[in-house]
Design a protein around this ligand. Sequence first.
Ligand SMILES: Cc1cc2nc3c(=O)[nH]c(=O)nc-3n(C[C@H](O)[C@H](O)[C@H](O)COP(=O)(O)O)c2cc1C
Length: 245
Amino acid sequence: MMNETIGLLKQHRSIRKFTKDPVTAEQLDAILTAAQQASTSSNMQAYSVIGITDKELRSELAKLAGNQAYIEESSVFLVWCADLYRWEQAAKRHYDEEILSTTENFIIGTVDAALAAQNAAVAAESLGLGIVYIGGIRNQPEQISELLELPQHVYPVFGMCIGVPDQSPLDRPRLPRSAVYYENSYNTSTIDSNIDAYDETMSNYMRARSNGKAGTTWSEAMAAKAGPVRMHMRSFLQKQGFELE
Ligand SMILES: Cc1cc2nc3c(=O)[nH]c(=O)nc-3n(C[C@H](O)[C@H](O)[C@H](O)COP(=O)(O)O)c2cc1C
């Protein structure tokens, strides 16, 4: 089954090269309206988004996020934050006991930020714009939080570049449906064959893509993520006041 919305979602590819054309104020307004309309746990709206309009600050952030050039080149750069600070300010007007920093609320803030961001991404793409998420924002989250003056109980989950696409990358194939969708219970017996099938798909895709290492399989790429990655996150989150009780 196909309609305009599903067709748009199917068209998604991350864009890492942008023209110099601006995202207009009207477009950004529409993107943020879409973001704010996302579902949100108990209407907590436990996220904030910071638009980086200052050129020098943008440049600093690009360096801190792994020198990804498109952070500087995109018309718009947004930092999506999980935000329990504002919620706390509201709650403490009516709650006299200590407000705990719970794992549950940490999950709520992170999920709310992701849902709002993905609405923004889809809205941007519906306007003919391109986006890429930037997890690199968590490479040096402490410095980034300082630059953005984030209060306690707020942390940057990821960034997002938005701009007019200057490339049309190949559609990156996804896992077979049976690898991600189960009925009624999880089924481990098909995982190996699905990994085999997807390894072959991704190896062909990487060969077809000029900038990919020829023939790299998915499981090889996943092994590269199996070591210690961003091990600073736990102590960083503690510093930001996330005790995760
Ligand atoms: C939370 C998150 C963080 C990401 N961080 C980066 C990043 O720092 N740099 C980058 O080039 N792409 C980043 N990506 C994009 C993914 O690599 C991309 O979505 C994935 O490979 C699938 O490709 P596609 O979006 O083109 O379909 C990120 C995606 C997500 C969801």
